[in-house]
Design a protein around this ligand. Structure first.
Ligand SMILES: Nc1ncnc2c1ncn2[C@@H]1O[C@H](COP(=O)(O)OP(=O)(O)OP(=O)(O)O)[C@@H](O)[C@H]1O
Length: 287
């Protein structure tokens, strides 16, 4: 299973939104699609899944061009915030209806998921009575319950409580181990860091770079507050690490091993740390 996107161009009226030259996604990986508000993440997900069809270029899922073979979309489960549920019917009706549309529904599994997401007791209530978070959980459950080979989640963790975030994160990591392909968008760097293998920032319509989060050697941007700035700067310079001072914070790039070495030396030197912040390089694209 793989997804390939070639020369995908899409405009909303006169506004150019997507100008993707090419992109590839593999099974058994979790991808983070990041970028500032309005950059086109949701639009990208919609073009990939034929919700938007008036784009130019091609999307291939498992070797089949989606526009010509829309049946290949049965391999995909997607969660978008603006997904319509049958609000005047119960949560269980919606599970049965949408589950049934996609083939055989494993209701016991769906109910188990509902327990983990703490909405099991609300399934007999009309969806119109649900809070925003409960509605979001029901949409997540519906896209998860059919064991799709590819899962696409627009902001899956936004608006749901911490226990459900933790369950969902573990569940997605399990699905990855089973060989599923997962694409998520998020504005929360920690969410992306905690589950993604690769991050693709969308900027000016295209994926500008790809960041491999599984690379232990990758550099992170550090921002540190210490009691003796000069001492830290001397230490950094002795390790060949360039640093700059901004708002009394010492900023530099280093991989995890170098940072740990620095920390050990600094502690041995009696330096006191007041604040340590680290950020992935992809953060530059989302600020
Ligand atoms: N139905 C629409 N009609 C016209 N323009 C739209 C429509 N939907 C989105 N847009 C515009 O397309 C651009 C991309 O929107 P999109 O929702 O894909 O961004 P996004 O990256 O998902 O943003 P966010 O992080 O805020 O969710 C934005 O400039 C938006 O205003």
């Amino acid at each position: 299973m793989g997804i390939k996107v070639e020369k995908l161009h899409f405009n909303y009226g006169k506004q150019a939104v997507l100008r993707i030259v090419s992109a590839k996604f593999e099974a058994g990986k979790i991808y983070g699609i990041v970028g500032k508000n309005g950059v086109g993440k949701t639009t990208f997900f919609k073009t990939m899944t034929n919700i938007i069809t008036n784009y130019s270029g091609q999307v291939f899922i498992d070797g089949q061009e989606v526009k010509k073979n829309p049946s290949v979309l049965s391999k995909i489960g997607i969660t978008l915030d603006d997904m319509e549920l049958y609000k005047n019917f119960s949560g269980l009706f919606n599970i049965r209806y949408f589950g049934g549309l996609r083939g055989s529904l494993n209701e016991a599994k769906a109910l188990e998921m509902a327990k983990h997401l703490s909405i099991a007791d609300a399934l007999d209530k009309k969806v119109s009575s649900y809070s925003l978070g409960m509605g979001k959980k029901l949409i997540l459950l519906i896209s998860l319950m059919n064991d799709a080979e590819v899962l696409i989640f627009d902001e899956p963790f936004r608006g749901i409580d911490a226990a459900s975030v933790a369950w969902l994160r573990d569940y997605l990591l399990e699905l990855k181990k089973k060989g599923k392909m997962i694409l998520i968008s998020s504005h929360v760097q920690e969410d992306i860091e905690s589950i993604c293998d690769e991050v693709l920032p969308l900027y000016e319509g295209d994926f500008q770079e790809s960041f491999d989060l599984t690379d232990a050697e990758r550099e992170l941007s550090y921002s540190v507050v210490v009691d003796d700035i000069e001492k830290l700067q001397t230490l950094l310079s002795s390790m060949g690490i360039d640093a700059r001072l901004e708002d009394n914070k010492v900023k530099f790039d280093a991989n995890t091993a170098s940072f740990q070495e620095l920390f050990k030396k600094a502690a041995a030197d009696g330096l006191l740390f007041d604040e340590i912040k680290k950020e992935s390089k992809f953060a530059d694209f989302v600020k």
